[in-house]
Design a protein around this ligand. Structure first.
Ligand code: PXL
Length: 281
């Protein structure tokens, strides 16, 4: 595919960005079923009244039952998207989701370093996606080291579920408090341990660990909620949106938790095995 020429001076263009609406960027895979990935992120940004930008890392052909095929985009395509968006928009917060390989992660880190140096208040939320809810790997095994050693130390907030936290730390424990504290200490970042995979049948607790301590966000478990895919992506995206609006981390997480609980309560059900997160009201 031919590349088009640059059409102008983007620094000049940036001067005319006058909107008050905060802008959030997701760097993630495309989920054809729109439950997870950048479709989930964009829907969430929009519902939270933030303007959402999307950089696609991969096309994932899937439905709620099966991941059939994954096509990572080339680093050339990735870099063109990142170049154009970072050059033009005043991005307040960035979320990363599915990052399929180390080459992509290296390119993304380069852009995030430049963004962070010019946006000291910008927030980077890293949702360390390792596999789909149907069990398909979404990152090459060799790229995990790059994610852990290079991207996670740049994050302001890391949002794993318990299995992801165990893999990132190479830990055996399933204790969310221990996993969260170890992540926060190792990466000098806040960690939100998402409780969807927790042991309780009645409550869903997410634990936020920061240098100020531990906050538990607990709601009643909504029957059938665990069958919806994209709940983790949606929670992290909601937090990213609320951070872009200028909320403090603890408040952004509280609003994000309310958002995902509401989206699960209003899930769409088309059949016994076919459901999706709904639109919060
Ligand atoms: O839910 C994890 C996830 C994230 N990103 C993409 C996905 C999935 C799950 O399938 O497809 C693109």
């Amino acid at each position: 595919m031919a590349r088009t020429q640059s059409k102008g001076n983007y620094l000049e263009f940036g001067k005319y960005v006058t909107t008050e609406t905060p802008i959030a960027l997701t760097i993630a895979g495309s989920d054809s079923s729109s439950g997870a990935g950048l479709q989930a992120d964009l829907k969430t940004f929009t519902a939270a009244e933030v303007y959402g930008l999307t950089v696609a890392t991969a096309v994932v052909a899937e439905n709620p039952l099966e991941v059939r095929l994954i096509e990572p985009v080339s680093t050339v395509v990735l870099e063109a998207q990142l170049d154009l968006l970072f050059a033009c928009y005043p991005i307040a917060s960035v979320k990363t989701g599915m990052l399929p390989n180390a080459e992509q992660i290296t390119v993304i880190i380069k852009h995030l370093e430049t963004w962070k140096s010019s946006h000291p208040n910008g927030n980077l939320v890293v949702d360390p996606i390792i596999q789909s809810s149907t069990g398909s790997p979404l990152i090459k095994p060799g790229a995990l080291t790059c994610l852990v050693d290079q991207l996670l130390p740049m994050a302001d907030l890391i949002t794993p579920n318990i299995p992801e936290a165990k893999t990132l730390l190479g830990a055996e424990t399933t204790d969310p408090e221990k996993l969260g504290s170890d992540l926060a200490a190792r990466f000098d970042a806040a960690a939100l341990l998402k409780g969807g995979h927790g042991s309780s049948n009645t409550t869903a607790s997410d634990l936020l660990i920061t240098e100020d301590g531990i906050t538990c966000y607990e709601t009643n478990r909504i029957p059938g909620g665990h069958r919806l895919h994209g709940t983790g992506c949606t929670l992290s995206a909601a937090i990213t949106a609320y951070l872009a609006q200028g909320n403090a981390l603890e408040d952004a997480v509280a609003h994000g938790k309310a958002y995902i609980t509401n989206a699960i309560s209003h899930a769409f059900h088309w059949g016994p095995d076919l459901a999706a997160l709904g639109r919060p009201r």
